[in-house]
Ligand binder design. Structure first.
Ligand SMILES: *Cc1c(COP(=O)(O)O)cnc(C)c1O
Length: 426
């Protein structure tokens, strides 16, 4: 009774509460599966920390050049164990996912090389990095070309097209695991492994980079366990556990990580430099909590999928479908609904709940975007958040929630906002 009353304090109507109860009953088995994956990944992380001998001294900070930062170095060993790679670069100096990808790409490519994306165009911000859309300092300006093979209409890999696109200059394959702001599905680690196997069967020496953003800890394995030479992501998404205040990671072969490090700091400096400042403890705690936080976000995404599917909207993934990232796409089909949805999410935040989001241009993106991110860490999309590019077909991308209860509240408040604005009826 009490818990129903407290939803009333947030203005959630009885009709939505009954739908929520129906959702949770239907999702029981999905949630059990998510909990069992969480258990595996939690133990994987603890084992990695134990095997690396993480100690209290690792929580201390360095400044300036950051020589001999044992906490930083040890955390990179922990990442290498979690991702089953030779090496890793995990740094506060990496600002975001786009920066991590920029460092990984520019460190490992040389003039005359070609990048191939076998899964269609990459994420909006990466298009500028590569030079698909013009931007100062793009890889294109350095004589690096780009080629892309679209997925087939049914969403599968176009193996013939990929074979035909591979050429002498193809040096690096970029595979984006998550859908980003696009209509396609997110790939499972197994599908990525099959794709890598096919490509390396034709060109064994090519470097495979997987943009792992939003995918970490959603399965038992990571793409680095099925042939990727580098996996790259942001610490203000899944792997930072909502605690890392900034950062990115690149885990992979010694050669790929070394090349990236030479680009991040400087040739000859590589991994030796880079102070952790006060962030080591936060990065360790975030790494420790990441499987739990990712599981909460996954449950929230399933819940959102169920609710909006019941309200008659197209959702992807479907409520009971397997998930390989934390993103839930909901096609609202109308800009007013996108705006109202995001305002409802914002109103559920613990921080900045009183803010009214407005659509606006964003650096790196081509259309106006409305974002709900009332977050402890600015722009952190592992926290309860939603992004809606104001373009056809007016799909909103919902993600995060550091706890399932918060994610659930966000979903209910978004639906309540649509009801209150007269845009849907129960
Ligand atoms: C979030 C994301 C990125 C990087 O975005 P940042 O905002 O720079 O962290 C890259 N690729 C995908 C698929 C993403 O989801």
């Amino acid at each position: 009774m009490r818990s129903e009353n407290i939803y009333g304090e947030f203005g959630i109507c009885d009709g939505l509460m009954s739908l929520a109860a129906e959702a949770e009953a239907s999702l029981r088995d999905r949630f059990l599966k998510i909990d069992s994956d969480l258990e595996y990944n939690q133990l994987k992380v603890v084992k990695a920390m134990q095997d690396c001998g993480v100690s209290e001294a690792c929580m201390l900070e360095t400044t300036g050049y950051g020589y001999n930062d044992i906490g930083r170095d040890k955390l990179e060993e922990v990442y290498a164990r979690i991702f089953r790679t030779e090496d890793a670069l995990v740094r506060s100096q990496i600002i975001c996912g786009t920066h991590a990808l920029t460092v990984a790409l520019s460190g490992n490519l040389r003039p005359g090389d070609e990048i191939l994306s076998p899964v269609g165009l990459p994420y909006d911000t990466i298009q500028k990095v590569i030079g698909i859309s013009d931007a100062r300092g793009s890889l294109k300006e350095y004589g690096i070309s780009f080629n892309c093979v679209d997925l087939k209409p049914d969403g599968s890999f176009d193996y013939d097209g990929i074979r035909a696109a591979l050429n002498d200059r193809t040096r690096l394959i970029e595979i984006q695991r998550s859908r980003g702001y696009s209509a396609r599905r997110t790939f499972s680690v197994k599908e990525i492994g099959d794709l890598i196997g096919f490509i390396k069967g034709i060109k064994p020496d090519v470097i495979v980079l997987v943009d792992n953003c939003y995918g970490e800890y959603t399965e038992h394995m990571e793409p680095s366990e099925v042939g990727a030479d580098m996996v790259v992501g942001s610490l203000i998404k899944n792997p930072g556990g909502g605690i890392a205040p900034v950062g990115g990671y690149i885990a992979g072969t010694e050669s790929c990580v070394g090349n990236a490090a030479a680009r991040l700091s400087g040739p000859g400096l590589e991994k030796e430099l880079g102070p952790s400042l006060g962030n080591n403890r936060l990065l360790y705690q975030g790494t420790f909590l990441a499987p739990q936080v990712t599981a909460s976000a996954l449950k929230g995404a399933c819940f959102a999928s169920f609710i909006y599917n019941s309200l008659g909207f197209d959702v992807s993934p479907e409520p009971l479908e397997d998930r390989h990232d934390i993103i839930q796409a909901i096609t609202l089909g109308d800009p007013e609904k996108v705006i109202s949805f995001c305002r409802g999410i914002q109103a559920a935040a613990a921080v900045d709940a009183f803010v009214r989001p407005e659509p606006s241009p964003m650096p790196g993106y081509d259309s106006d975007i409305i974002m709900a991110d009332g977050c402890f860490i600015s722009g952190s999309s592992i926290e309860l958040s939603a992004d809606g590019p104001l373009r056809e077909p007016y799909t909103v991308f919902f993600q995060g929630g550091l706890t399932y209860a918060h994610s659930k509240l966000g979903v209910l408040m978004s639906a309540q906002a649509l009801i209150n604005d007269g845009l849907i009826k129960l």
